[in-house]
Design a protein around this ligand. Structure first.
Ligand code: CTP
Ligand code: MG
Length: 223
């Protein structure tokens, strides 16, 4: 494998409701992070996995993941971007392709990891998996009054793993300003071309209780 995968997993999971940090909450009896790491490790290109865990849980996450796959675990930061930066700093010399994958996308198909990695390997500096937007999207003002309807055909919903040539991601994070919600946003600011590959509905981000229930059903159905 020539790929390192960074797994930001240090978020609280506020939108999932009260409880443990989201990545440590159970899905079919195992923490979301265990599902995510197992699926990432199943992708043949993956050489190194670095997890950014909640600072208070670094030791327990190490023990939890030891039977799943060889991983490096570092403390995350206050924002997702800081967690990714901490994980990136811990990648050993070697891998020249770096993917960033949210632990919250616990049902990531290994094939999607491979297709993103392959697109970077084939020469793209930055690659994101996307899906078409299915809802009609309106722009509204602060009072909820509709300002207009956005052309949906030009929009994409963006997932992870996002893939980068290592030097490109390092430069993006080195130049980072205010926290963004994804890594491609950082390299876009550097003028790097970002290309899309088809995403997967199974790579849904578990954000709210409904998503967790959906993921339970998908797993029960063999996902
Ligand atoms: N994340 C992180 N460090 C943070 C915040 C988020 O590593 N300081 C990670 C989360 O653990 C998650 C991914 O980034 O795997 C995407 O974030 P999100 O879905 O927003 O998760 P949370 O921040 O945990 O959820 P919420 O925003 O509802 O609190
Ligand atoms: Mg969050």
């Amino acid at each position: 494998g020539d790929v390192a995968v960074l797994v930001p997993a240090a978020g609280a999971g506020v939108r999932l409701g009260p409880g443990a940090p989201k990545a440590l909450r159970p899905l079919a009896g195992e923490p979301l992070l265990v599902h995510a790491v197992r699926r990432i490790a199943a992708a043949p290109s993956v050489h190194t996995i670095v997890v950014a865990a909640p600072a208070a849980d670094v030791e327990s996450v190490r023990s939890m993941l030891a039977p799943v796959a060889p991983v490096i675990v570092v403390p995350g930061g206050a924002e997702r971007q800081a967690s990714v930066a901490a994980a990136l700093a811990a990648v050993p010399a070697g891998p020249e392709i770096v993917l960033v994958h949210d632990a919250a996308r616990a049902l990531i198909p290994p094939d999607l990891v491979e297709s993103v990695a392959e697109a970077v390997r084939s020469g793209h500096d930055a690659v994101i998996p996307v899906l078409p937007v299915v809802d009609t999207i309106k722009e509204v003002d602060a009072g909820g009054r509709v300002l207009g309807t956005v052309d949906r055909s030009a929009l994409r919903a963006v997932q992870t793993p996002q893939g980068f040539r290592r030097s490109v991601l390092t430069a993006g994070h080195a130049a980072a300003g205010d926290p963004l919600t994804d890594d491609a946003g950082l390299v876009e600011k550097q003028g790097v071309a970002v290309v899309c590959v088809p995403g997967s509905e199974h790579a849904l981000k578990i954000t709210r209780p409904f998503d967790l229930a959906l993921a339970e059903h998908l797993l029960a159905a063999g996902a």
